[in-house]
Ligand binder design. Structure first.
Ligand SMILES: C[S@@+](CC[C@H](N)C(=O)[O-])C[C@H]1O[C@@H](n2cnc3c(N)ncnc32)[C@H](O)[C@@H]1O
Length: 189
């Protein structure tokens, strides 16, 4: 999806601010009318709000502030977006044709709300690993998921490649890391 200047994404100090990684994911995601869309860990909602202009969309986040901001941003844009406060996809029922996630991918244990946006435990992979394990439950058999990973997230990459058909769609060097958006499809060859 191309950034649309008509989409207003208000920010808040306690919620992850749309950043280079958010725009990398946005540019890699494609969704068509009629495809049910889910963004996990939607933050302020950059990707989910763009998708909601195209098709029925759901956004989750574990942060109370993010969920409140997502709701407000959807209303501000006059969009119907179902917002759910939950851990990853817990309690959600598929199938979704398209799923997107920009997880906390830096190594370290979070100590506050914003830490949960950045830090993904060991190798920065723990949240992405849990996402990958639950993904087949909600992803439509012919669906696709878009996951942003850093090159440091080796355990998540290994699991992705052993569970899905994986394609690297786009990459970007940022400060001390390199980020990729990978596309995941069910059914190993
Ligand atoms: C790197 S930020 C990305 C935010 C937004 N998607 C973007 O690209 O700008 C990661 C987001 O995931 C959320 N998050 C972290 N752990 C989560 C979990 N277990 N379940 C749901 N959301 C989670 C954080 O609160 C944060 O909003």
């Amino acid at each position: 999806m191309r950034p649309d200047l008509e989409v207003v994404v208000e920010e808040r100090p306690t919620v992850y601010r749309p950043s280079d990684d958010s725009y990398l994911l946005l540019g890699a995601v494609s969704v068509a009318p009629g495809e049910r869309f889910l963004e996990v860990g939607a933050g302020a909602g950059l990707v989910a709000l763009h998708a909601a202009r195209i098709t029925e969309s759901v956004a989750t986040d574990i942060s109370r502030d993010a969920v409140d901001l997502l709701d407000k941003n959807a209303r501000k844009n006059g969009l119907r977006l179902r917002v759910v406060r939950t851990d990853l996809m817990a309690g959600l029922r598929g199938p979704f044709g398209v799923v997107a996630f920009n997880p906390p991918y830096l190594a370290g244990e979070p100590s506050d709300t914003l830490g949960h946006a950045w830090q993904g435990g060991d190798d920065g992979s723990e949240v992405a690993l849990r996402f990958l394990k639950d993904l087949p439950r909600v992803l439509a058999p012919e669906g696709r998921a878009y996951l942003l990973l850093s090159r440091e997230n080796a355990p998540a990459r290994v699991l992705a490649e052993s569970s899905f058909r994986v394609k690297v769609l786009t990459s970007k060097a940022l400060f001390f890391e390199r980020l990729d958006v990978i596309e995941l499809r069910q059914g190993l060859e």
